[in-house]
Write a protein that binds this ligand. Structure first.
Ligand code: C2E
Ligand code: CA
Ligand code: CA
Length: 398
C-alpha cells in the first residue's frame, strides 16, 4: 500500500498583516501565498485553503514505506518553506515577509480517517510554531528524530570537511598476483562516532549538495597521492580509481575540475580512473558521452561500477568510452554456489571479452570465488578482502 502525507501549513504572521494593513491586503497576500504553494505541489496532488491563513496539502504517491514517504514529504515541505522566503510585494507596496509553519502526518492506505490525519498534522504544525516558526515538524516522533539526526549529520559533515576529518583509504586491485592499482575509498573520521562508512553519508551529501565540495576534495587528494607515487619505481606504475557521484559528474564544471586536480598536483592523467555507476550513465547519455570523450582525450580512464545491479542496458557498452567494468560483489559472492549468479558472471565475462573490456571482480572474499573467476577469465582483476582491505594511506604504502 502506497504511503502519502498530509501537510498542514499555517502562515506565521498573518494576523499582524491583516490587522495593520487591512483585510484587503490580507486577502491579496493569501492569494500570493497560494500561487507560490501551487508551484510546489504536483498537478495531481491536492492543495486547499483550509480556512483563515491555513492551507492543507495532500501528497499521494510518496513511496512504499512510511520512511520513504517521510523523506519525500520533507523535501516537498522544504521547497514550500523556501518558496516563502522571497518577499511579497503587493500593489507595489512595501515588501512583506511571510513564513510558514508546517506539520506533517504520514499515512499508508486508509487506516486513519481524514479527521485523525488533520488532527495529527495540526499538532505537528503547533510544534513547528513552538520551535520558532518557519519550520516543519512530523507528527511521528520517530520521523522527527530521524529528520533531526539528518540535519545534525549534515552540519557535522560540513564542519568535518572544514577541519580535515575526511580521509582516503586505498584498496588494492590485483592481477595474477600483482598489484595494478588502487581504489580510493572515502572515510570520515568522526570525532565521536569513529570511522563512518561512505554508504551512510554519501547519499546525504548528494542530497544537500555537499557532494560537490567533497568530491572535489577526493579528486584533489587522490591526484596528489598519484603525483607523489610517480617518483617511486613500483608505485609509479599504479592507477588510482576515484568514485564519482552523479550529481558531481553532471555539474557543469566537472571536466575542468578533474583537469585542474590533475594539473594542480602534477599527476599523470593516464593513471587516473573514474568509477561511474550505470544509473549515472543513463541519466543524460549525450552529455555523459561528451564529458567522457573529453576526459578520455587527456588519458583519463573509466570504469563501470557495480555492473549488473542497475537497469543494465547493454547497448551503451558499445557507445561509451569505458575501459573496464566491475562485477558487483553480490554476483561474485554467490557465483561459486548459486548457478544463476554463476551464469550471470559468465555472461558478463563474455560480453566484456567481446568488447575488449577489462573486468574487475569486486568483493572477492574466498579462495573459491577467486578460483571460479580465474578458471573463466585468467586475466581478471581481483579486488576484495581476500587480497587486501581498504587501508589508510600510510599502511597502504607499507
Ligand atoms: P563501491 O564503489 O562499490 O566500493 C566498494 C566497497 O566494497 C567499499 O565499501 C569496500 O570497502 C567494499 N569492499 C571491498 N572489498 C570487499 C569484500 O571483499 N567484501 C565486502 N563485503 N566488501 C568489500 P566502502 O568503502 O564502504 O564504500 C561504499 C561505497 O561508497 C562505494 O562502493 C562507493 O559507491 C561509495 N564511495 C566510496 N568512496 C567514495 C567517494 O570518494 N566518492 C563517492 N561519490 N562515493 C564513494
Ligand atoms: Ca567503486
Ligand atoms: Ca562497486
Amino acid at each position: 500500500q502506497w504511503c502519502g502525507a498530509l501537510l498542514m501549513l499555517d502562515l506565521d504572521n498573518f494576523k499582524e498583516i491583516n490587522d495593520t494593513l487591512g483585510h484587503d491586503m490580507g486577502d491579496r497576500l493569501l492569494q500570493a501565498v497560494a500561487e507560490r504553494l501551487r508551484a510546489c505541489v504536483p498537478d495531481d496532488d491536492t492543495l486547499a485553503r483550509h480556512g483563515g491563513d491555513e492551507f492543507v496539502v495532500v501528497l499521494k504517491d510518496l513511496g512504499a514505506t512510511p520512511a520513504e514517504a517521510a523523506a519525500r514529504a520533507e523535501e516537498a515541505a522544504q521547497k514550500m518553506l523556501q518558496a516563502m522566503r522571497a518577499p511579497f510585494v503587493i500593489d507595489g507596496g512595501e515588501p512583506r515577509h511571510s513564513t510558514l509553519s508546517v506539520g506533517i502526518a504520514i499515512f499508508q492506505g486508509q487506516h486513519e480517517s481524514a479527521d485523525e490525519l488533520l488532527k495529527r498534522s495540526d499538532m505537528a504544525m503547533y510544534e513547528a510554531k513552538a520551535a520558532g516558526r518557519d519550520a516543519l515538524r512530523f507528527f511521528d516522533p520517530q520521523m522527527q528524530a530521524q529528520m533531526a539526526e539528518r540535519v545534525a549529520l549534515e552540519a557535522d559533515m560540513r564542519a568535518g570537511l572544514d577541519s580535515g576529518q575526511f580521509e582516503l583509504f586505498y584498496q588494492p586491485k590485483m592481477v595474477r598476483g600483482q598489484i595494478t592499482g588502487a581504489e580510493a575509498l572515502l572515510r570520515w573520521r568522526h570525532p565521536v562516532k569513529g570511522y563512518v562508512s561512505p554508504a551512510e553519508f554519501i547519499p546525504l551529501a548528494e542530497k544537500c549538495g555537499l557532494i560537490l565540495r567533497l568530491g572535489q576534495w577526493v579528486l584533489r587528494t587522490a591526484c596528489e597521492r598519484l603525483a607523489h607515487w610517480q617518483e617511486h619505481p613500483v608505485l609509479g606504475q599504479l592507477t588510482v580509481a576515484v568514485n564519482v557521484s552523479p550529481r558531481q559528474f553532471y555539474e557543469a564544471g566537472f571536466v575542468p575540475q578533474v583537469l585542474e586536480a590533475l594539473a594542480g598536483a602534477g599527476a599523470d592523467a593516464r593513471r587516473l580512473r573514474l568509477e561511474l555507476t550505470e544509473g549515472l550513465l543513463l541519466q543524460d547519455v549525450e552529455d555523459t558521452i561528451a564529458k567522457m570523450v573529453q576526459l578520455r582525450g587527456y588519458g583519463v580512464g573509466f570504469s563501470l561500477d557495480d555492473f549488473g545491479t542497475g537497469y543494465s542496458s547493454l547497448a551503451y557498452l558499445k557507445r561509451l568510452p569505458i575501459q573496464e567494468i566491475k562485477i558487483d560483489r553480490s554476483f561474485v559472492h554467490e557465483a561459486p554456489t548459486n548457478a544463476d549468479d554463476g551464469v550471470l558472471v559468465e555472461g558478463i565475462l563474455s560480453v566484456a571479452r567481446h568488447f575488449g573490456l577489462r573486468v574487475v571482480a569486486e568483493g572477492v572474499e574466498t579462495q573459491a570465488q577467486a578460483d571460479f573467476l580465474r578458471q573463466r577469465a585468467p586475466g581478471i582483476v581481483y579486488q576484495g578482502y581476500l587480497f587486501g582491505r581498504p587501508e589508510p594511506h600510510a599502511d597502504w604504502l607499507a
